[in-house]
Design a binder for this molecule. Structure first.
Ligand SMILES: [Zn+2]
Length: 435
């Protein structure tokens, strides 16, 4: 790594014309100071909306947040005095490498007819859509057959090559052999698999090490499949891994300092994931009350992804509509029981261009959550899930300058969050349509 960098530096001082060389030798320009005049601020901490706030941003960080504060003379002024500012949104469940999979055919087509480089290009485009929607950070929970291309999308954003949210990525995800598409093709054909097939305790540990080696920030595994209702009214499912395998995945991931997300929809899959010691439950439609209580007690996050369930249900038929109704009841109970609910949409499970991810906030409010609490699921609670509470999720001094603005009052109308007019990530402005 260091060699090409040194070579480049050497070339810069010896071969380029002298005026360029001198330009490069100039000390880096001092960090720019931006002063934002916010008409209203939802800082993500208190329940009150603050009015007439001056936010000073220097470089990547927020320096101060002061109601009625003065504008420093040397600062660039951004006038958002007619807008409401909020912390940048965080979507904790996305798939930038996927573009909708309502039916198995949609899914198979992408894996069979699109190369991974092509999918990565679309991934960069999807990341841009997320940023445009006000999501300045995302946790991308597997590439769906795109191998480690999420690491490349993340890297190209972090290096400033393409615009997008900062990312944590899960790479390939895991399931035992034969328990995730592509399935149903002739055994004579070698077809790609949507996740990495992993078997046995040793295989589980090796897969975790391999994914970590190639850049996984999170380890994701599929706890269950085949969701069905039984006479007890509970949504049941078939559990994929043996307890020994699931525990090996979690233990090895934790040992390497990685957290674990489990796809778990039915109550059996959720129980198995909780036994294994995962950090987040994804989807969780079939959550039972004892499971909610256990999650609240142990501080395990629930990422409900309601928007995708509601979107794919009509096209998938079967139990899917019933599952959406069930999840609504689970959501209402879980929020009362104090389960940490973090906003996640499963974008990619629906076409990124078809639905704004902020639709998820609206579902939470429609399901009975107070608008301010719903906003926290996609800001401070999500930052907590990401392990970035110190840097993200609220508007306060010392944090990354991730800010969004909307024209109206999202506490009166939560759909305002689907019309973000201003986006700043780490002090850089990516969108400003505030008039
Ligand atoms: Zn997903």
């Amino acid at each position: 790594m260091s060699l090409p960098v040194r070579c480049f530096a050497f070339l810069a001082v010896t071969l380029v014309p002298s005026f360029l060389a001198s330009a490069q030798e100039k000390p880096a320009s001092p960090e720019k100071t931006i002063a934002i005049r916010a008409g209203h601020l939802i800082d993500g901490r208190g329940d009150k909306v603050l009015d007439n706030v001056t936010i000073i941003v220097k470089g990547e960080f927020i320096i101060s947040v002061t109601p009625g504060g003065p504008i420093p003379q040397d600062a660039q002024l951004i006038d958002l005095s007619k807008a409401t500012l909020l912390p940048g949104f965080i979507d904790t469940h996305t798939h930038v490498l996927l573009n909708g999979d309502v039916t198995a055919e949609d899914y198979d087509k992408q894996l069979l007819q699109q190369s991974i480089p092509y999918r990565a290009i679309l991934g960069a485009r999807n990341a841009r859509i997320a940023l445009d929607n006000g999501f300045t950070s995302i946790r991308d929970l597997e590439t769906e057959g795109g191998m480690y291309a999420d690491v490349d999308v993340k890297k190209s954003i972090a290096n400033g090559e393409v615009p997008g949210p900062r990312m944590q990525v899960a790479t390939r995800a895991m399931t035992p052999t034969g328990m995730y598409p592509l399935l149903g093709y002739s055994w004579e054909l070698k077809v790609p698999t949507g996740v990495q097939y992993v078997d046995g305790v040793d295989g589980a540990r090796k897969a975790v090490r391999e994914q970590a080696m190639y850049g996984a920030d999170w380890i994701k595994y599929y706890s269950d499949r085949k969701y069905h209702f039984e006479a007890d009214g509970v949504l049941h499912s078939m559990v994929n891994f043996t307890d020994e395998e699931a525990k090996a995945i979690v233990e090895e991931a934790h040992r390497l300092g990685k957290k674990v997300a489990a796809h778990a929809i039915g109550s059996d899959g959720i129980s198995a994931a909780l036994r294994a010691g995962v950090d987040t439950i994804e989807h969780g439609d079939g959550l039972t009350e004892p499971q909610m209580e256990e999650m609240a007690k142990r501080g395990i996050f629930w990422v409900p992804t309601i928007v995708v369930g509601a979107y794919v249900a009509p096209g998938r038929g079967g139990n899917w509509t019933k599952m959406v109704d069930l999840e609504k009841v689970a959501f209402q109970k879980a929020s009362k029981k104090g389960v940490k609910i973090a906003l996640g949409t499963d974008a990619g499970g629906f076409d990124w261009k078809a639905i704004n991810e902020a639709r998820e906030f609206q579902y939470y409010v429609e399901y009975g959550m107070a608008p301010m609490q719903a906003i926290r699921t996609g800001t401070s609670v999500a930052a907590d899930l990401m392990g970035w509470s110190e840097k993200l999720g609220t508007v306060e001094a010392g944090k990354w300058a991730d800010l969004v603005a909307v024209s109206g009052d999202p506490l009166k109308d939560i759909t305002e969050l689907q019309h973000v007019k201003f986006v700043m990530k780490a002090g850089d402005i990516y969108k400003n349509e505030v008039h």
